[in-house]
Design a protein around this ligand. Structure first.
Ligand code: NDP
Length: 327
């Protein structure tokens, strides 16, 4: 038996609870993992609360991220004792997930834990941090250089936003953080932001073309914020869009695209191919300052994770939350 969070939905409603599970109930897969740490992303908040249709079958263990040790494998790449991590692939959505002491998954989904990181540190990065890296890689591949000007990061106090700030600063970019929590200015500057703006400046409908300001943008908010980011990006600049914390719509015109030649990159972490994941985790190991990661992280136990779900969706969590699945 092992401990796991379980999401259930039936006539009495949608609920998440801590349960003891028999190993026989683990899903199909060729690698079984002793999970040591998991984490909470925005999507896990949706799964725990049922506020979004993330969980596609019931009962199911939520949790899209884990770090742990292989305890059983029939996969050619993995053997007992290997340290691994997992992000996405539908785990915690349609395949029972990582907010548990054990998990069984396809070996093809796993990435070796980079030597630089402990399992806890890998989870203080998690899908949010790995997605921030994918966003930054898109801007870099676009050819944006630190001398081109300021980079806007929206949803700055969130998981994606906060780690994007740390990465961009380390790469020499000037980062402007957009946030609804102006009281976190000192924290955002300690991560590497050169300045902050009130997210209200971006959340009201703007003009089709605004004053050119950003060389590049990492956006985890979507909606009017993303539209305004597009209309104020400088000629030939780029935006990496990965999220919808402010809404899934995009009320933008074609003007910034056809008059300023800007590029909008869509970033997906869930089904990203293994090579891109390995590249992203390698870059994270090269760039991330562990002390900044620590100051951006809070820790909870497995059962406590249930109460953090709604707080995440209300934008009340700062940075990243790691989950010790053994307490
Ligand atoms: P968090 O909840 O950690 O952060 C989201 C941040 O967005 C909040 O901290 C807040 O920042 C800001 N925010 C919240 N609500 C609003 C609002 N109504 N309007 C404007 N800003 C708001 O989430 P994550 O960083 O983990 O994820 C961010 C988004 O990215 C989510 O939509 C998530 O689903 C998506 N995502 C997508 C991935 C992909 O593969 N495409 C992977 C990972 C995440 P502040 O207080 O500073 O304003």
């Amino acid at each position: 038996m092992f401990k796991a969070l379980v999401v259930e939905k039936d006539d009495s409603g949608y609920r998440t609870s801590l349960q003891s599970i028999d190993e026989a109930q683990l899903p199909e897969g060729d690698v079984t993992i002793q999970v040591s740490w998991s984490t909470l992303n925005y999507k896990d908040g949706l799964a725990i609360t049922g506020k979004g249709p993330v969980v596609r079958k019931f009962p199911l263990t939520p949790g899209i991220d884990m770090a742990g040790t292989v305890i059983e494998s029939s996969h050619s790449r993995w053997k007992e004792g290997d340290k691994v991590l997992l992000n996405g692939w539908g785990v915690g959505e349609s395949h029972s997930g990582c907010l548990a002491q054990k998990a069984r998954v396809k070996g093809d989904w796993l990435v070796p834990l980079p030597d630089k990181f402990s399992e806890r540190q890998a989870m203080s990065i998690g899908t949010a941090g790995y997605t921030a890296m994918l966003c930054v890689m898109a801007l870099e591949k676009h050819g944006i250089k630190p001398t081109d000007g300021e980079i806007l990061v929206t949803g700055a106090n969130g998981g994606v936003g906060s780690i994007a700030i740390i990465l961009l600063k380390k790469m020499g970019y000037t980062v402007i953080a957009s946030t609804g929590r102006l009281e976190e200015e000192a924290h955002l500057k300690s991560l590497g932001a050169a300045g902050i703006i009130d997210r209200k400046e971006l959340s009201e409908p703007g003009r089709p073309l605004g004053k050119e300001r950003w060389a590049g943008v990492v956006d985890s908010v979507g909606s009017t914020t993303l539209a305004n980011a597009c209309s104020t990006t400088k000629y030939a600049g780029a935006i990496a869009a990965c999220g919808l914390a402010g809404g899934a719509d995009l009320p933008v015109t074609v003007m910034p695209f056809i008059l300023r030649g800007i590029t909008l990159y869509g970033i997906d972490s869930v089904m990203a191919p293994l090579e891109r994941r390995i590249e992203a985790w390698g870059r994270l190991a090269e760039l991330l300052d562990i002390s900044k990661l620590e100051s951006n992280t809070t820790e909870v136990g497995l059962e406590e994770a249930i109460a953090v779900g709604p707080q995440l969706l209300e934008g009340k969590v700062r940075g990243r939350v790691v989950v010790d699945v053994n307490r």
